[in-house]
Design a protein around this ligand. Sequence first.
Ligand code: UD1
Ligand code: MG
Length: 451
Amino acid sequence: MSTALIILAAGKGTRMNSDLPKVLHPIAQAPMLAHAMRAGRALAPAKTVIVAGHEAEAVTAAVADIDEDAQVVLQTKQLGTAHAVDQARTALNGFEGDVVVLYGDTPFLQPETLERMVAARAHADLVILGFQAADPARYGRLVMDGDSLERIVEYKDASDAERTIKFCNSGLLACDAKLLFELIAKVGNKNASSEYYLTDVVELARAEGRSVTAVACDEAETLGVNSRADLARADAVFQSRARAELLESGVTLMAPETVYLSLDTVIGRDAVVEPNVVFGPGVTVESGALIRAFSHLEGCHVSRGAKVGPYARLRPGTELAENTHIGNFVEIKNAAIAEGAKINHLSYIGDALIGTKTNIGAGTVTCNYDGVMKHRTEIGANVFIGSNTLLVAPVKVGNEAMTATGAVITKDIEDGALAIARIPQVNKPGRAQKLMDLLRAKKARRDGGDV
Ligand code: UD1
Ligand code: MG
């Protein structure tokens, strides 16, 4: 049975107090919407339709980044959740199978929960996801009739007796596509909010003699994000879950609560991460790598046996091959560092290729930017770059070459050559003492006192 996802993301999110649409606010460096889409991916959806409204252009661009096969449809006026789902009607025209409706602002939904909803469709025409609320507040209430769901009543429309019900509507549902759109066509807006409620499909289905059931999940899964405080809490929840998963999978986190992870962070078994490390988006770390304290990584790949940090910064496009060593206060950007190469102290390597077993001395800088354009530096294998070398790109250094300490390299260096590019040293005998005397006398004249 194939499945289509409809993700509702047209709401404004007023309480975020932001120009950015709510569903694009990031949790673990990925838009909230990406979290919902990722949960949905567990169903291997044949189609994914996102209903956008507020800042639809920005939402469309973000969706294209997350899943290029997902389709965005517009809901120009937010007339209610049923009206929102109805906007996907054309996009799903001719689709045969189940539709699962989810919200773009509920990032904690577990894939297993969606699987349980789809499984429950085997014995019900319509499946609603509910949860026992500690504080039911303004959620819609699920009015049960034994094992079947009789109807959902919105808080505003509920009687006092109905408001005592703690089994609440998460907003998610699963239903045959054709049936869902037939039911939605019958939904009206005669209610306390004058909105087209998706929840009305329950009663409509029952009136046709259809079976409706509710599947329950943990309340924590359905928590929505409505404010910046919720967003911060959501990130914290994500972090503790992701850290626990890494520990479970065989990664050592020395101080787990100090390690910040992104939605797409991948770290292999037996890798070790010291305290206070930030993994920005797009990082993969292979088995057995060591990421030392206070390092910041984004958009990079760290291979087996590599050592990074402490205090290293790996920026997008950094590829560290096996057994490379990147030490303290080293920044690397858009550079491939070949097997066994070492950059241990205080260096900037950008737009570069560093060959196998090459050693980059302390204070080396690839001068990759001339103020207008970026240029590449290519360094061969088994090279020794002396401390404080400036490599003015574009420039190439051959295999087994060396640069003398303090060199400013502006020309290519052939294989095996030693490049010396600094002003030669001159020692003037006795001059230090004379100079010192001169300066002291000058100071005494100025101050009018003793030397
Ligand atoms: C909805 C449910 C309620 C449930 C609650 C769970 C209805 C009528 N009510 O109420 O039973 O307990 O969610 O959180 O469905 N949206 C659109 N277009 C619209 C309206 C909403 O895209 O026209 C999107 C919103 O961006 C949001 C989601 O649908 O992601 C839910 O909308 P919201 O206004 O938060 O619904 P609630 O009143 O909370
Ligand atoms: Mg809501």
